[in-house]
Design a protein around this ligand. Sequence first.
Ligand code: 5GP
Ligand code: MN
Length: 344
Amino acid sequence: MSVDLRPWLDAVPAAAARTIAGARHALIATHENPDADTLGAALGVAAIVEHHGGRATLVSTDPVPPLYGFLAGMDRFAQDPAPDGDYDLLVVCDCGSLDRLGDVRDRHRELFDRLPRVLVDHHASNTDGGESDWVDPAAAATCELVTLLAAQLDVPLDAGGGAMAAALMAGIVMDTATFAHPNATPRTLAVAAALVAAGAPLSDISRRLYRSKPDAQLRLFGRVLDRLEVAGNGLIIHSSIDGADHAATGTISAHSEGLIELLAQSETAEVAILFKEAGPDSTRVSVRTKPGGVDATQLTGAFGGGGHARAAGATVAAPLPEARARVLAEALRLANAVHRPQHG
Ligand code: 5GP
Ligand code: MN
């Protein structure tokens, strides 16, 4: 039985829908260090374009992490677009700013600047959205928006024998932690119901994304959790991960996915932070905050990053110890300003 999404379709902007459906050859791009939401959204947009008779080329500046290999279509992502592609549209998925496209944009600057562009995104920190874009911070995931676009544009949600529904569901499961985060709304659940009805294996997706890991990754988590630190009388919890951790456990950087969610389980901390060595002068910062407390985009925004109020990130151009000192100072300032009613 299919689920009727018509009550939710008024929100779909006509210009974005028309532009995507009319593409002859769309270049569809994800953010760097891609996750299930940006990848699923890109695959969903590709299915829409193809349903309307166009072609789709998918790019992700970084390789697709092995975690997402179980989803059909992940082999379609290239790290660079073919230089002779006759693209007539760029669709940017789940990028809070164009910088998030990563190095591929610098490698093909002329192409990325020249193409007409549609942004489909849900980051509160996104200020790039124009008339032809769909930026909706009320959406739990970009995949929520792409599902509505597909429904509005008469693309059957069970296209590809359920492959499209599975990819879109994976993005929603990823960004809501399987409907556990406060970003899951009635619309998120209605969209998810439609995807399950179209064949998305919800329980399998949730297990693979959140409750199944290589043993090497569990060892990596063990090391990093073992050295967790607190600051500001427990208002901040943080830990760090560097190249030696990966060497010792035989893991790659994508295996740090999920670690910040464990730090964020601290009962007392307003702010959880994971620092990841990304290079000699580059540190990735992941931030999670408690509902009603510190706005995570305020903390990461101070370092050129962005994201959502409860989950955000940034790349700081400094070695890990220096980045840690700078970010912790700002986090302490913000966490000390949070006032909670006393329980008693
Ligand atoms: P994570 O900590 O899982 O890498 O990222 C959390 C959230 O913040 C995600 O929604 C992600 O898109 C966003 N985010 C992470 N890093 C950056 C960044 O460097 N810049 C911006 N604008 N957003 C980021
Ligand atoms: Mn997202």
